[in-house]
Write a protein that binds this ligand. Sequence first.
Ligand code: 5GP
Ligand code: ZN
Length: 106
Amino acid sequence: MDDCIFCKIVKGQMGTKFEKETENLVVFKDINPQAAIHLLVVPKKHIKDMSEAENILWNEIKDVAVSIARAKALSGFRIVHNVGDASVISHMHVHFLGDVTSDRAV
Ligand code: 5GP
Ligand code: ZN
């Protein structure tokens, strides 16, 4: 998708630093953080949301999230995925909100 900002980020065209990269995913900081740590876990392939994702991709997302939490020694984190009209960017992304506890504001 030529006009997709996340495709451009994935291809390295925006100079965005990747916090982590796996076979099918990249992870980078959200430009407008809603938590102390707010990362986006983004498939390299342009798919719009979970409705187009293969189930196996979720295993990779889970592994990435758990490994980031371990590496940062987080006591808790929250995962958010907006689908369809709930989403602003139409390239699948999973929000990783770190250092969030059960009394969270978001
Ligand atoms: P959603 O589509 O789930 O509502 O959220 C899209 C998210 O992408 C927002 O949290 C927004 O701050 C983030 N975002 C939008 N454009 C950019 C960008 O160019 N770079 C980065 N790093 N994040 C972005
Ligand atoms: Zn895209």
